[in-house]
Design a protein around this ligand. Structure first.
Ligand code: ZN
Length: 462
């Protein structure tokens, strides 16, 4: 898909330099933003966007697209009431993961990515670990399932950072469980070789809308020396480095018994914490660990809806924001694609915890930043802000949507309405690389992808 030619968008409001402003226009040239300035100064063809506010495209920094199939089905009790937690959910997820073919992954990802686009998400970091056949044998092309995800992104137009995950064991000294076999490349060397090879092939074949990153799955699934080798590869490739960290207390105890320390302390001592490193979840962390993350310039990706869905616990958002940590957001298991509401939920869950109001520093603006610029930083993509030189990934929200009625005259009230009330229901139009993919809430192939997905879900769950 080619980017649009020179065009100037003229909305009523634009999110620029951390707030909504009036009187601005943005000029797109190909896949980039060429200029931002007073609407009266803009030259060339114009597209007026009356009743619209323009935002940078939202960035979803953590996704497992196949888990979209779990929505609804993993939320209900089957049989007699018994304790359910992350690990019982994981058994359901593993059984699903083992049942999917590369064609199934294509079908799921096409729908999940379209749903993301329609919710205002223009870029996604796909943390991908279903690499091989269910019995662990390789496909004829070892990147078969990665190509499914890349094809899905190209088909619907979303920007994709494919974070190829490495996974070698069930835990310290524990061999892979049968349902984990398709995650594993078999050795540290194979993990590095396949990851590096995929990154090179993506770079050679992409128009820039698909990039590659590196994802050691977790310290539970990998020995520390493997994480270090993958971190070295990420540095060599100048790629993002993402890892699940401290999601569950049981995981922390496992790491403690192997290494004598917590996951973040182990990663710090290995030199893995750098500005390219993003800890996904980091739910159970100490103040000292947040200090170490902040001084290393490392980021944290929060997945509030998934962390609530799985009963993980609540992240220390105020402590992270006070330290200036770079936060991003992910939809992870996709119980919802509404990244705006998930950003707002970070404030709401703190109100519940602290039993008072208006808790987070610089909220809601800092939270909208996490959903845009924070995600761009996590995926090392030049998007996330409406500034010259950045990628032309943009979202328009409908200021005449009933859920937004009454925000005027305070643009601050609009930000609060979007994050705490309306969420992505107000998204009307979406551009990726200057291409107008969602127009008046419609995406050209959404229905076809939804029908195919629904048929697959019926086959899986019947
Ligand atoms: Zn995850």
């Amino acid at each position: 898909m080619n980017g649009a030619a020179h065009i100037t968008l003229v909305p009523d409001l634009m999110w620029h330099r951390g707030e909504f402003r009036t009187g601005l226009a943005v000029t797109l040239a190909g896949d980039r933003i060429a200029a931002v300035g007073p609407r009266d100064d803009a030259a060339g063809p114009r597209t007026l966007l009356p009743g619209k506010a323009l935002l940078p495209g939202l960035v979803n920094a953590h996704s497992h697209s196949f888990q979209r199939l779990l929505r609804g089905h993993a939320q209900v009790q089957r049989g007699e009431l018994k304790r359910s937690d992350f690990f019982s959910w994981r058994e359901t997820m593993y059984r699903l993961a083992a049942s999917l073919t590369p064609d199934d992954l294509l079908v799921v990802a096409r729908h999940a990515f379209t749903e993301m686009l329609s919710s205002g998400i223009t870029a996604v970091g796909e943390f991908h670990y279903l690499h091989h056949c269910p019995d662990g044998q390789r496909y004829a092309d070892p990147h078969e399932t990665s190509w499914s995800l890349i094809q899905a992104a190209k088909d619907v137009g979303i920007r994709l950072c494919l974070l190829r995950a490495s996974y070698l064991r069930a835990g310290a000294g524990k061999p892979l469980q049968p349902l984990q076999r398709r995650f594993s490349d078999g050795s540290v060397e194979a993990c590095v070789t396949l990851t590096t090879d995929l990154a090179a092939r993506v770079a050679a074949a992409s128009d820039g809308r698909v990039t590659a990153g590196i994802a050691p799955h977790s310290l539970r699934a990998l020995p520390a020396e493997a994480v270090v080798q993958l971190a070295v590869a990420a540095q060599r490739l100048d790629a993002p480095l993402h890892m699940h960290v401290a999601e569950q207390p049981a995981e922390i105890e496992e790491v403690r018994s192997e290494h004598g320390n917590t996951p973040l302390a182990v990663l710090a001592s290995c030199g893995v914490l750098t500005p390219r490193f993003v800890a996904v979840h980091a739910t159970h962390v100490t103040a000292a660990e947040l200090d170490a993350m902040a001084s290393a310039g490392a980021g944290i990706c929060l997945c509030p809806a998934t962390e609530a869905d799985l009963g993980d616990g609540a992240f220390a958002t105020p402590e992270a924001l006070c330290r200036g940590l770079s936060l991003s957001l992910g939809t992870d298991d996709h119980i919802t694609m509404d990244l705006l509401r998930q950003a707002g939920d970070l404030e709401m869950r703190e109100r519940l915890r602290q039993q008072h109001r208006l808790v987070l520093p610089r909220a809601p603006h800092a939270l909208l930043d996490a959903a845009t610029a924070g995600g761009a930083s996590a995926l090392r993509l030049p998007c996330g802000r409406i500034e010259p030189g950045r990628l032309a990934d943009l979202v328009a929200v409908d200021l005449e949507h009933p859920a937004l009625a009454g925000w005027e005259p305070s643009a601050n009230a609009l930000t609060a309405c979007l994050l705490y009330s309306s969420g992505s229901a107000t998204v009307s139009d979406v551009w990726v690389a200057g291409e107008h993919l969602v127009q008046s809430r419609g995406h050209a192939t959404a229905d076809a992808h939804r029908f195919a997905f629904a048929n697959l879900a019926r086959r899986i769950w019947s």
